[in-house]
Design a protein. Sequence first.
Length: 95
Amino acid sequence: MLDQIKELQNGMTEILEENAELVIENEHLRERLSKYEQPSKKEEQKSTKHGLSKSRKNLEKLYGRGYHVCNEWFGKHRENDEPCAFCLDVIYGDR
């Protein structure tokens, strides 16, 4: 029984060491990748309609389909497609 526990401890130590190495390697790879991604994200944000970010563009689509995107009534259907100042502020307001 004691030998099994020692084997498990050794196995766990090896796994934890490998995990730590992989975490460090992932951090380095993410740093290298972010150097290449930054220009493309800026270009993507500029090319969206009205200069909206991708998330605000998604909110704009939901609003266009007749749903509230404001904090007050998020997800509820807008009756008769009436405009909502709160929703418009969420989509087009300065943040």
